[in-house]
Design a protein around this ligand. Sequence first.
Ligand SMILES: NC(=O)C1=CN([C@@H]2O[C@H](COP(=O)(O)OP(=O)(O)OC[C@H]3O[C@@H](n4cnc5c(N)ncnc54)[C@H](OP(=O)(O)O)[C@@H]3O)[C@@H](O)[C@H]2O)C=CC1
Ligand SMILES: CCCCCC(=O)/C=C/[C@@H]1[C@@H](C/C=C\CCCC(=O)O)[C@@H](O)C[C@H]1O
Length: 336
Amino acid sequence: MNRQITLASRPAGYPKESDFNLVEVPVPAPEDGEVLVKTIYLSVDPYMRGRINASKSYAANVEIDEVMIGSVIAQIVASKHPNFQVGDVVNAGIGWQEYGVAAGDGLRKIDPTIAPISTGAGILGMPGLTAYFGLLEIGKLQERETVFVSGAAGAVGSVVGQIAKIKGCRVVGSAGTDEKVAYIVDELGFDDAFNYKEVTDYHEELQKLLPDGIDVYFDNVGGAITDVVFPNLRIKGRVVICGQISQYNLEKPETGPRFLWNMITKRARIEGFLVSEFADRHAGALVEMSEWLRQGKLKYHETIEEGGIESAPAAFISMLKGGNIGKQLVKIADID
Ligand SMILES: NC(=O)C1=CN([C@@H]2O[C@H](COP(=O)(O)OP(=O)(O)OC[C@H]3O[C@@H](n4cnc5c(N)ncnc54)[C@H](OP(=O)(O)O)[C@@H]3O)[C@@H](O)[C@H]2O)C=CC1
Ligand SMILES: CCCCCC(=O)/C=C/[C@@H]1[C@@H](C/C=C\CCCC(=O)O)[C@@H](O)C[C@H]1O
């Protein structure tokens, strides 16, 4: 049998475990052009919070009793596609379930000789690519500039800071615990960082840590931290809107930012993006990122919930509340 997590109810505020159901269905069979995969690691990501709301956003919602949306690192157990063999490891968008059928066309193979396969959902997957394209293409980062990244100890933010260091920049990050602050400074090489839950005056903190101002702000969180970036921008600064996680679980959205006149005086630019816009360049970026990983210029951490498919809701809620360092995954099965 195949165990799946379905959406039971639409959460108000933070999701609860009771917003999800565990159900059992028969394992499906692949048709021509398809593969049957067994999930090894399940990825839980912030964007999933938006997909379980009632109101439509930029992408389709998960309906009640539907399997939760998501991508997995999985092993092929049956193949009816000429390019895939039993045993191959792939990244497949089958959602929160132990087994699933996926179309072979467009499926990304994971090379287990480069790094552990779990990285295909993290530093060598969608979050790593988000950092790469957000910083280099949207942020147009130049050597020796100054960078501030919020959500700096997470899957995306931790890579943003390291790429900025590779480019010779001064990098400051914000994160929600002292352990995370120590991790990004001591392990990842950020120049400085602060715990946004302890610091009360963000403006004063940014003036202290980045006294010459910010060339590129990589925004993963939005809210009060983002508000105070605007007066701290340098001339021609760039604000990259990657995510706004501080707002995803609010029942009533906050107002702001109210410092946008700084965009005029600083002749600055603000731009949102989706990593999927760069899909035709993902493969090339992964080659460069893999090489940085091999050279030790990029490091990563994963927070892995070992409790199987039934623990996916708890891992998702924990990630939304800051329980992860680096990429949050759920281990579903061992690889054969
Ligand atoms: N534009 C795009 O294409 C993409 C955008 N994203 C966005 O990037 C951001 C980071 O994603 P990802 O790296 O996967 O997730 P993370 O690994 O960073 O995990 C989420 C983190 O968000 C932080 N957080 C939660 N609530 C708040 C809050 N109120 N204020 C500040 N921080 C908070 C927590 O860390 P802490 O302990 O520091 O609070 C938590 O660990 C998200 O906003 C996501 O939506 C991700 C992928 C693609
Ligand atoms: C208003 C909500 C903003 C949410 C921003 C965000 O987090 C967007 C993320 C996705 C992202 C990932 C979506 C699917 C995962 C693909 C599977 C994989 O490669 O591992 C990207 O694809 C565009 C946004 O939908």
